[in-house]
Design a protein around this ligand. Sequence first.
Ligand code: FPP
Length: 234
Amino acid sequence: MTSDQLQHIAIIMDGNGRWAQKRGLPRSAGHKKGAETLQEVVRAAGELGIKYLTLYAFSTENWQRDAEEVEGLMNLLRQYLKSELKEIQEKGVRIIFIGELHMLAADIVSQMDKIEHDTAKNDKMTLCIALSYGSRQEIVSAAQKIASLAQKGDIRIEDIDIKMFSDMLYTKDIPDPDLVIRTSGEQRISNYLLWQIAYSELFFTPTLWPDFNKQELEKIIEDFNHRERRYGKV
Ligand code: FPP
């Protein structure tokens, strides 16, 4: 099903609020259903042989939503981290988290540390969860690390190259996404993996995230397999 060209899929899971609104439900109901879709898609990606899956679960901008919605999302996250660990371990999935993780509550941070540690040796698939993540912040933080090394005299300005910069990003251990999917019909990137998606194929679907499923993922992969990637060459 997957080609050698498709190792890494990154997803912007959008449309939970609209899914709930269409049904006259509170936004929290959309997030709850969205969390179920997340579980289904992680399972499906493993079955389809995807090696890396990166999910945008919470952006730095999402902190500006009202306190009740943020708290609801954090509670869903707590539940997810607790309930999924067993299946994740059984399936050989490694989990890593990227983002401004220090902004999260201490109990969530320690839960995440434990999960990263406990799953570190799993090699069937890597699930990367972007939390309190913003790509511009990530890039600024990489620039700060490099500037600090240069200031200390550990590197020379002319040593700074693409590889060094990539190695300073949260995603240093994973390859760049081959395919980015955004649900809900919005056609923008919203501060997601700006450096890493330089050559990624983009796919926008009108489906709201809670309605997304394995069949649609398979269709998108099929579409990807027919695209010609040239990386700027002829
Ligand atoms: C976008 O929908 C989705 C999010 C802001 C969060 C993604 C969260 C989940 C998929 C639920 C599972 C979460 C965790 C943390 C395990 P939206 O609220 O922006 O929808 P809208 O654009 O229709 O309002």
